[in-house]
Write a protein that binds this ligand. Sequence first.
Ligand SMILES: *Cc1c(COP(=O)(O)O)cnc(C)c1O
Length: 229
Amino acid sequence: MSSPAEKLAEVRERIAEAARKSGRVPDAVRLIAVSKTKPVEAIEALADLGQRDFGENQMQEALEKIERLRGRGLEWHFIGHLQSNKTRFIGGHFSWVHSVDSERLAGRIAAAVRDGEPAVRLLVQVNVFRDPAKHGVASEELFALLDAILARDLPGIRLCGLMTIGRLGGSEADTRRGFARARRLLEDCRQRFGEGFKELSMGMSGDYPLAIEEGATMVRVGTALFGSR
Ligand SMILES: *Cc1c(COP(=O)(O)O)cnc(C)c1O
């Protein structure tokens, strides 16, 4: 078994290599360490090595970890399906939500951000693989959803880009095509909605180098950093 330091170094190396292949510097890709189900000590071990961004998908578990690690300057990403009765916990705890797929959810997140708290950065989850088992909006519905959210001019949130999840067990070619579609969608959004629309969250332990080659600016990596769950 390799140590946390070795695992982190290997993931960083593979990120750097994939970034170079896509003509970018390693810093152009943000590594989100997906710490769901893992104890606070495992997060601290990576934080001690300079890892700043962590992803969680269960609200109660995440809130406990966030409280215990306050003051360490970590940035938290909510990456899973967000139930509407949990949206009130986002502001003040999470900097990013990767999984917005409705106007209602965006509105609820925004409404719970208090004065003085930074705006929560949102990514809209797009189901580019048309996977019926996945949440996320269909590509054809994306622009309408963004128009609707932006029309409300909500001060508590900032739309920053898109997120997608590769199909489980899909071939490499299939995965690559889906990621490339997400990249083109992001570019269309940027033209239509402005330069602030620039983040593309895609790639997990099994496919993050590929996702980076296709343009990911954020990768969400759990198993390759923390071991299996
Ligand atoms: C769990 C999870 C990840 C990390 O998956 P690994 O395969 O362990 O790297 C990434 N994104 C989402 C949305 C997840 O739920």
